[in-house]
Design a protein around this ligand. Structure first.
Ligand code: ADP
Ligand code: LRH
Length: 497
């Protein structure tokens, strides 16, 4: 093989990046060529993504590649966060601006649907945990606003499909992103038509589903002319960011849990078939689709969102801190003094996070964190505890012990979190790669080009190309004891509310 260049465009919920992947036939190197913020916009009473700006950044990334001077890339692929979508009419016009999954309209829509269709039966059909922002509930909200009464040529496209459509003109739905919607049958890996009927979504809205690693069309001629590049092939990669992240876990064993750690912490295991029993439902596990027909059985843990919102609040107050500073100050704290339940619905919407965390601690009769350092430490301790609890639940569901925790994504730059995750779980934490999502995105493009054949082969490439860091568990006895306190606090709160 000659050197091959591929562009991965990874839109995270907090920031996006264009990564250049260079493949030499056995190893991959990656290089950032463009980075940008992804700031949602509150417009009137609604919270939206700024799709036009994001599409502009996508083009700027392709332009940056051109400046880089490496000739035409072999392909481009886009991945994004889960669940969100837009509508495109028969003429290719975007109808409205895509909503942000944290928009307030989803909670009542979820309650409305669950009052007609109990969670047990919904979960039994889809294997997806009922979170208010799942596409299915968003569509119920659309339906209440009569927004699903569209003409027969209109299609719903998930965010990566939407970007791909505006790059290539092809309207299709990639499997891993569709699997986040709560609209698929996880065994058939296809739309659950009966369910679509039940929520009054016209079946004409939904396009055929393609599997990740499929080349589909080329960069539209008008964009190619605008950017003065050639007819670059466009690939449908594992276009749910978490699915691409899981593709690049550097292990060939099956005895670990992974955490894809960014805005969210997605913790779980890779399986061949979903686990959809009553324990899995009650504990909040979801069964999303992975590359190579795998199932990602995982839990959506609120994650570093809690830190992001503290950081944003402190900026508003004119006391900006970097993530590095936040982490350094929290490291000096004693720790294990107070906890929040990261899954508490009070933390989902954007807002004054320090105040909400103090309120939670006050309500649960704990020491209330006063300083910024105490607040950050409370969040990181709580996340580590939730990882421990989730590990226990996964081991129970699988009926076997797991020997390591793999953490990938931007969150591994929080070294304190990695160490505390090891302490809390009593397992070594293997951290990296930091750009797991973009790497998975690129390697699924390589697969579409026939450069690699299997998930094992891809993971061997990641092992050879991106050596991870390792954290050994410390202070195990102290953490075991503290875990009992954490569980009491969480339990007390959930019983009261
Ligand atoms: P997403 O894809 O969801 O937008 P990323 O994978 O980019 O998220 O990870 C973003 C998170 O990484 C931030 O919320 C922050 O907590 C963490 N992070 C980024 N840079 C640093 C840093 N220098 N030190 C510690 N944590 C960091
Ligand atoms: C993480 C993520 C996660 C959820 C959420 C909405 O970026 O994709 O897996 O789906 O966003």
């Amino acid at each position: 093989t000659n050197h091959m260049h591929m562009l991965a465009v990874d839109f995270g919920a907090s920031s996006g990046r264009t990564i250049l992947g260079s493949w030499d036939g056995s190893r991959l190197t990656v290089e950032d060529i463009h980075r940008f913020a992804n700031d949602p916009v509150q417009l009137g009473t609604s919270l939206h993504w700024d799709f036009l700006r994001l599409f502009h950044e996508l083009k700027r990334g392709i332009h940056a590649y051109k400046q880089h001077g490496s000739g035409s890339p072999a392909s481009i692929a886009v991945d994004t966060w889960g669940v969100d979508y837009g509508f495109v009419d028969g003429k290719g016009k975007l109808l409205g601006n895509p909503y942000h999954y944290r928009d307030a309209r989803n909670v009542p829509a979820m309650e409305e649907l669950l009052s007609k269709l109990p969670d047990e039966s919904l979960y039994g059909r889809t294997g997806i945990q009922s979170l208010s922002f799942n596409t299915i509930f968003q569509l119920v909200a659309e339906s209440c606003e009569n927004a699903l009464q569209v003409d027969a040529d209109t299609r719903m496209l998930f965010m990566p499909d939407l970007f791909r459509f505006y790059l290539s003109g092809v309207r299709s739905t990639e499997y891993t992103i569709a699997s986040t919607s709560g609209l698929l049958n996880p065994i058939a890996r296809d739309w659950d038509r009966e369910l679509l009927n039940q929520i009054a979504a016209p079946s004409s809205l939904f396009t055929p589903i393609v599997m990740p690693g499929t080349a589909e069309g080329h960069l539209r001629r008008d964009i190619a002319e605008e950017l003065q590049v050639g007819p670059i092939p466009i690939v449908a990669t594992a276009s749910h960011d978490t699915a691409s992240a899981v593709v690049s876990i550097p292990s060939l064993q099956g005895d670990y849990a992974y955490i894809s750690c960014g805005t969210w912490s997605l913790m779980g295991v890779e399986l061949d078939e979903p686990i959809m029993n009553e324990h899995a439902r009650r504990w909040g596990f979801t069964n999303e689709g992975g590359a190579e027909r795998k199932i990602r059985m995982l839990k959506n843990i609120m994650g570093l969102w809690l830190l992001q919102e503290c950081k944003r609040q402190w900026e508003l107050e004119g006391e900006a801190l970097s993530y590095t500073e936040m982490q350094e100050m929290a490291k000096l704290e004693r720790g294990l003094t107070c906890y929040v339940d990261p899954a508490d619905a009070a933390f989902l919407a954007p807002g004054n996070m320090p105040q909400r965390i103090r309120h939670y601690c006050f309500q649960t009769g704990q020491q209330v964190p006063q300083t910024k350092a105490e607040l950050v430490r409370c969040i990181v301790d709580s996340l580590a505890m939730m990882f421990r609890q989730t590990l226990d639940e996964i081991e129970h569901l699988l009926d076997r012990k797991l020997t390591a925790i793999h953490i990938v994504g931007g969150g591994i730059q929080n070294r304190l979190l990695c160490q505390l995750a090891a302490n809390a779980t009593g397992r070594p934490v293997i951290a990296g790669p930091v750009e797991a999502t973009a790497i998975g995105n690129v390697m699924m493009q390589a697969k579409a080009h026939g450069e690699v054949q299997s998930l094992e082969q891809i993971r061997q490439v990641v092992i050879d190309s991106f050596p991870p860091d390792r954290y050994e568990p410390e202070d195990s006895a102290q953490w075991r004891e503290a875990f009992e306190t954490y569980k009491e606090v969480i339990h007390k709160k959930s019983v009261r509310s």
